[in-house]
Design a binder for this molecule. Structure first.
Ligand SMILES: [Zn+2]
Length: 385
């Protein structure tokens, strides 16, 4: 039994459970089981607490600290040039927030704060501030955020009520208590100030359900509830601007915010989350079966992201797994989980089977156009059957 991280209701049992190790968003394995719970009262889905969370984010979790663009490509433009996540986030932020001249803006859980930096390049009138629970990112802030506008570990009391806007990209999915997190943001805003948050949309990318350090898997219904419980008036939830993610804008409300209990929306959200849990149960069974079926065969895994890493953990004891294939040019030539990452076109003729480690909602389209993967005699294993 556990308590819902959003509404506090009791959740009797997990909808998905897998034995250790669990896989993190940084593609590291940790020695805990994977659990997913679904709340019928608000439509939220959630994982179990991580051991020693503070140390994890302080010293282990280093998103893109080593390189400026490692794995940060989120899409390819029509002309084949990569689109970087932070460019896209900056553009969405400027469009959705519609900031007044000279606005004071805080990046909360900033990491290197590349998104805020790009917003300030486009809008030099903005007054940037940054906060994170690690000092590792400070060198990336120096030179464009003044020392007094940087904070680590705790937010200065003087920052209460200061900001016209707060951005917080892909942070809230990591926090133990999202409602108190949002209350903290609310207290930092001026009355009428706006928060822009982004987070994974598990319904659009089901892999998110099993990411060990994503303690929250929001639905529109549970995100609405979280904002209402923390004194925000929700302005918009945009599920289209960024594939696989929600971008939400909410305004600090001075009036009590009514809790809207849309039973239909909540039950649809809870049913969807349970369906994803069932998908993972079946996928685990399917992969374990395929690992036995192709025991000793030469194999490659297509995709060196979350799905591919998860497949690796399920098959490496049985199959002769040699390489990852990945379309991301920044990853080609690197190694991942002790295997080289190659461009798909460089797949060896002697490989017997390719395990497809992509978002199952997009995998078939991605593979269909590639001759090398559709050659006779090559077996393909899909995680969705
Ligand atoms: Zn709930």
């Amino acid at each position: 039994m556990t308590a819902c991280r959003v509404c506090g209701s009791h959740i009797a049992k997990a909808s998905y459970e897998a034995s250790a190790p669990a896989l993190t968003s940084m593609m590291a394995f940790i020695d805990i089981p994977t659990l997913a719970y679904v709340c019928d009262d608000c439509g939220h889905a959630q994982g179990a607490d991580l051991p020693d969370l503070e140390t994890f984010y302080d010293t282990t979790y280093r998103i893109s600290l080593e390189s400026d663009d490692h794995d940060q490509i989120f899409a390819m433009a029509a002309d084949g040039t990569p689109i970087y996540r932070t460019d896209h986030q900056a553009a969405i932020g400027l469009r959705l927030l519609d900031l007044p001249q000279g606005a004071s803006i805080l990046d909360y859980g900033a990491g290197k704060a590349t998104t805020l930096r790009k917003m300030c390049t486009a809008r030099p009138d903005l007054h940037p501030h940054v906060f994170d629970v690690s000092r590792d990112y400070m060198p990336a802030w120096d030179g464009w955020v003044t020392g007094e506008d940087q904070a680590t570990y705790t937010v200065p009391e003087a920052w209460a009520g200061r900001f016209d806007a707060i951005i917080s990209h892909f942070v809230i999915e990591h926090v133990v208590d999202p409602v108190s997190f949002l209350k903290t943001l609310r207290a930092l805003l001026t009355p009428g100030g706006r928060a822009l948050l982004s987070m994974p949309d598990v319904a659009a990318n089901p892999g998110d359900m099993t990411v060990a350090d994503h303690l929250n898997h929001f639905s529109r219904a549970s995100l609405k509830r979280a904002f209402q419980l923390s004194g925000f008036a929700l302005e918009t939830i945009d599920g289209d601007a960024f594939p696989g993610a929600f971008f939400a804008i909410a305004i600090r409300s001075e009036e009590p915010v009514a809790i809207d209990r849309n039973g239909q929306e909540i039950s649809v959200a809870a049913a969807k989350a349970k369906e994803i849990c069932t998908f993972w149960k079946q996928a685990t069974k399917r992969l374990d079966g395929a690992a036995k079926q192709f025991s000793g065969k030469r194999a490659a895994v297509y995709g060196s992201g979350f799905y591919g890493s998860w497949i690796c953990s399920r098959i490496e004891a049985d199959v002769d797994f040699r390489v990852f294939l990945d379309q991301n040019p920044k990853l080609q030539g690197s190694t991942h989980l002790n295997r080289p990452v190659l461009a798909p076109a460089n797949l060896d003729d002697n490989v017997d089977v390719v395990f497809v480690g992509l978002n199952p909602l997009k995998a078939r389209t991605a593979i269909a156009g590639q001759a090398v993967l559709n050659r006779p005699g090559l077996d393909l294993v899909w995680i969705d059957g």
